[in-house]
Design a protein around this ligand. Sequence first.
Ligand code: K7E
Ligand code: CUA
Length: 660
Amino acid sequence: MKFLNYRIWAPLLAVLAGSTIYGCKPGKAGSSVDADAAQKVYVAPGKYDEVYAFLSGGFSGQIAAYGVPSGRLLKVIPVFSQNPENGYGYSEETKPMLNTSHGFVPWDDSHHPELSKTNGEDDGRWLFINGNNTPRIARINLATFKTVEILELPNIGGNHASPFCTENTEYVVGNTRFSEPLDNSNGDVPIDSYRKNFKGAVSFVKVNKDNGAMNLAFQLIVPPFNYDLAHAGKGPSHDWIFFTCYNTEEAHTLLEVNASQRDKDFIMAVNWKKAEELIAAGKGTKIAAKYAHNVYNENTHTATSSLEKGTQTLDVTKFPGLVYYLPCPKSPHGVDVTPDGEYMAASGKLAAVIPVFSYEKMLAAIDKKQYDGMIDSVLPVLKYEAVLHGEVKKPGLGPLHTEFDGKGYAYTTMFVSSEVVKWKIDNLEIIDRIPSYYSPGHLSIVGGDSKKPFGKYLLSLNKITKDRYLPTGPELAQACQLIDITGNKMKLLLDFPTIGEPHYAQMIPAEKILKNQVKFFKLEDNKHAYVTKSEKDTKVIRNGNRVDVYMTAIRSHLAPDNIEGIKVGDEVFVHVTNLEQDWDVPHGFAIKGANNAELLIMPGETCTLRWVPGIAGIVPFYCTDFCSALHQEMQGYFRISPASANVPIKFSIGDNPVTK
Ligand code: K7E
Ligand code: CUA
């Protein structure tokens, strides 16, 4: 989270939450759960959860998959950060995934997981997530739970308003948090030339509907505001996407003061369909840009990274009708579109109301030119009253994000007053409120940003936990809370901790993902350049200073397991193919002293560990995953000789006096 001045808000927060926030009686405030709460979250041993929850890993750069309602952590899916647990970003096959135009960047800050959509409904095929710091969008294949594509975005700084899908995943869209000079211009300018030299850019990434492949179709060059979040329209508003903007003051220093001057900032409404048509009609301008495009191929089990050049752009000031601004009080954060696509609920972090805009009224205001001024002389600002459906009055303090249950209700998090507020979309009346422990950022309802919410569960993703968990040193647990939304009144069911900072999450009924699960990779389809499909094909090949070891793993041995003839300073690549053809039989591989992580090789897959031995001697290696009763026997030795030695390459398995 990136906005509230904690020095200003903390005392207020403490007053609002009463003494409980700094109190020393653990769990006192939030312990009032109904007697049946335990039953509602109890998933009996051996039973599956009803829902998958995908939570952003925040500054861990990853995604965590949980089962709901139990809150059990199922898997951490590595995305933007190296993950020694399975060698992601350490193996030769996955290193290219973390390549960028700045070189290898093994970390990012991920905020918004977004499920792919078909007809506005979550389809369970892919999950997208933003890298906020070094701007990137990743795509995860939900059949394998692997990150299969990462696309860098040029011309922007801080890919925060990202990645949000249009109704049929025609595009995933990202907008810049920091405006900055475009990459093709001279960026070596005084910072106080902000207004003259800085720009925003909205990226439209086309998604291939058959295989999910992404490519940067075009970027819109927009005024130098800070763009915060987005949501695409659906149904009637299909052609549009909405972004919150703050810092419409265009400040470049002390934003906490200078970007809070105006009473209203904006929602920027973009007609993406029209932009697409303009690009198709050749109205775009190609500008130079450099950005990495990394693709993991699930047949070769290998990622490749290429550097793309240039991007199509449209300067929105030159194309009337592309962009309109809706005034929005005050420093807006989230903007969320109702399931029917009729209303846009925005949340001004410093506002005392939740403004809800009407798509129909927006169109009418555009039609009747009900303007309240222009930005950059040509971009119309629509009249607030003309586009407003209404305001939710006295919702609480610090509204951030809203989702929907599909039954006519909306739920909004209140960061400052630490609560979730339920309100009715048609008459904007508040129906219920429930405390949240503490300071919720996003919330997530099962299918809650889609055309057909599944409802039932709401997760409040909290920033601060204070007294809720056993203390863990200076940094306390991050956490979320599960809330039952089946009744008129919300009911707290469960707290559970998360990894990193849980910004946003997406929840989907488990059945939509279960049915597509890949159980193992077929060995016969393995097209890896260094695959070894049977033990008899294992070998060790020297080529100058480079040694390639073609190794296999099967319960319970690595072959070959005695290797000699490698010398200090050689560049050794150990390519391990897991020959197993059964569900959930990975083998691991680790070498003593290797400046690297382990490999964790899925059945039918090949992975490569690069190792440069530094000392002559005997070096053990072994399987790290307890794969069988004789897992501990799954081990071997390298003999490393001095660089000047003349020991020939030799490899074997089973060549031992005992077995003879
Ligand atoms: Cu509200 Cu980055 Cu979506 Cu955090 S953001 S909360
Ligand atoms: Cu293979 Cu342990």
